[in-house]
Design a protein around this ligand. Structure first.
Ligand code: ZN
Length: 133
C-alpha cells in the first residue's frame, strides 16, 4: 500500500488515511486537529508555503505602514494646534491625535498584524489524539 508523509507532523501514514491539502498530504490525526481549531489552520494548510509567505510579508508591510500613519495622525493635530493657538491648543490637539492614532493602531493590529502572524508560521495545534478501535 502506498504511504505518504504528513505535511504537518511528518508521520508516515497509509495514503488511504491521509487528506490531500494544498501543501501535500495530511494525516487524519492532523486533519481532525485542524478542524477542531476553528478551521483557521485548516485553511492555512491549503495555501502553499510561497503564497503563505507572501501573505505574511504583505501583512507585515501594511502593519508598519499603518504604524507610520498612526504616528502622523498622532503628531499632526498637536503641531497644528500649537501653530494656531499655542500650548493649550497643542495639548487639545495631542489628545485628539492620541485618539485617532489609537484607532488606526487598533484596526491595523486586528487586520494586518493578524494576517502577518497567521501566515508567518503554521500555528500550533492543540494536542489531540485519535482513539483507535
Ligand atoms: Zn500529521
Amino acid at each position: 500500500m502506498a504511504e505518504v508523509i504528513c505535511v504537518r507532523c511528518g508521520a508516515t501514514v497509509p495514503a488511504a488515511r491521509a487528506d490531500i491539502v494544498g501543501t501535500g498530504y495530511r494525516c487524519d490525526t492532523c486533519s481532525v486537529q485542524a478542524e477542531v481549531s476553528e478551521g483557521v489552520d485548516a485553511v492555512t494548510d491549503h495555501i502553499d508555503p510561497a503564497a503563505r509567505q507572501r501573505l505574511a510579508s504583505q501583512g507585515k508591510q501594511k502593519f508598519f505602514a499603518a504604524v507610520a500613519m498612526a504616528a502622523t495622525v498622532l503628531a499632526i493635530p498637536s503641531v497644528v494646534g500649537y501653530a494656531v493657538g499655542g500650548p493649550l491648543f497643542a495639548l487639545f490637539g495631542g489628545v485628539l491625535g492620541l485618539y485617532g492614532g489609537g484607532q488606526v493602531i487598533g484596526t491595523a493590529s486586528e487586520t494586518y498584524y493578524a494576517q502577518w502572524k497567521r501566515y508567518g508560521k503554521v500555528p500550533q495545534l492543540p494536542a489531540a489524539r485519535l482513539r483507535k478501535r
